[in-house]
Design a protein around this ligand. Sequence first.
Ligand code: GRF
Length: 203
Amino acid sequence: KRIVVLISGSGSNLQAIIDSIAAGSIAGRIAAVISNRADAYGLTRASNAGIDTQVMDHKQYPDRAAFDNALQETIDGYQPDLVVLAGFMRILTPDFVRHYAGRLFNIHPSLLPLHKGLHTHQRALEAGDPEHGCTVHFVTEELDGGPLVVQAPIPVLPGDDAESLQQRVHILEHKIYPLAVAWFCAGRLELTATGVLFDGTPL
Ligand code: GRF
């Protein structure tokens, strides 16, 4: 399977997927890594792994629709089976999301549907949540609202702050994102009108 990964930053989740492919755990290859920021460290990670990189600066486009159109054209040049959002900090237009329906993943640092959007670790603390974690989901038009694929919880411990939670959640992100990608590439995950099927069974 052919995978395109979109990033905006460090790319530690990208690295986890690169490592998992190198270990033979994912039946796929990353055709390209695309960043909207030229200074994203994930571009270096991609280059180090011999992966094609592209920078597409959203500020060079008049509006969101123009950027998303250009982005879609670039992605489709690689004919991906799966598009992976890995810390890509742009909201995508409904047209873009619909175009990749059933083959667009995101990872979010909360136990969705809790804490959509930003500052999830701080918000989990302020809400007094006993547990926090991360979620891989199919992307739909609703921000951080698509059908869940896999979720990993951690307990919130006395003395935790946003930083310590972020660190522990990040470690789990690096486990569940490659797992979800592996399942998809093995043909075990399917998004249908009624929800996600895993090995043909509703999740
Ligand atoms: C992760 O926390 C992810 O959940 C969020 O953005 C961050 C990306 O981290 N969507 P990295 O660039 O993969 O290190």
